[in-house]
Ligand binder design. Sequence first.
Ligand SMILES: [Fe+2]
Length: 346
Amino acid sequence: MDAQRSLLQTPRRHSRWRIAGFAAAQRLAQVCGGRAWYRWRHLHPKRWVLRLETLWVPDWPARLEGLRVLQLSDFHAGPFLRGEALTPLVAATERQAPDLIALTGDFITDDWRDVQSIAPTLGALRSRYGSWAVFGNHDYRGRQEGTLAATLREAGIRVLLDATEPVADLPLWVTGLHDLEERRAGSLIDSQGEHDSEEATLRARLAALRSQQSAGSWELALCHHPIGAAALARPQTFAILAGHTHGRQMDLPGLRRLGPDHPGLQVRQFLDGEPASMLYVHRGVGVVGLPVRSRAPAEVLLLEVRRGPQARSASRFETLARWDALGSAGSRPPHAPLRETNRFGG
Ligand SMILES: [Fe+2]
């Protein structure tokens, strides 16, 4: 369990030289038509995968029975993706009739202006209760996160940066955190936030947020970096949605170490060691570095929460269906499922 791994040991992972190398490769790929390639090769309607997950919660309230949460993450607008590539996705997600939509960060790669190309498309996503978003580490590039948040809000998306909001009159709140890497970089840490107390500062902030929530309500937590699950896990928080990993983007031997670990799906434990929240880590929509993915398809995650006798840790249902199978996914054999890995903190 990664309780031993301090929350905010989240490293600034790359050296200056490595970042320069990434930037050069990215620029070269862009000049060579990387955006068109990525759209054709990885964002074509037959390349998307829909990841269906059902979470069984023994004491789930009747008012929330069958809650459908649709998650998208890591768009990385810029060199390899612009809004028009997402248009088919909007139609496809509408067919899933989600109750709410979670967008878990990395809207851009480098330039905050690129959010303008995807915000209208994301704002067109329809659900019963609306869309909520958090920022990923890339969204702080250029320190224009205020403008970026305003652009998303203008598109009708609620942005949660260390904030919590109720969902209509339901016993349900959505909580979203600032990105943990950026918090560690210091810009988001208040004057008391010395490095050795960063984790305590985060936990205190989280406790303050949760004190705003109605008694007996449930929480859906959004946190770009999956390591935040260690602080977020508790029995009332039925799910923690994260991104950041891109499913390793190139999930091949020898290349996996280039990116962060991909926990995929994992039961998180509460402080007393009891199973508590379920962590879902999204493979993302866009890419960084090179416009390629291998064994890590761009995905949409649809989470349905139901009351059931099974413990949260025991029951898991996952089917992957390509977009052309939507609407008939239950009546035809699913494509070979991707194996969710669980290397993040065991
Ligand atoms: Fe990302």
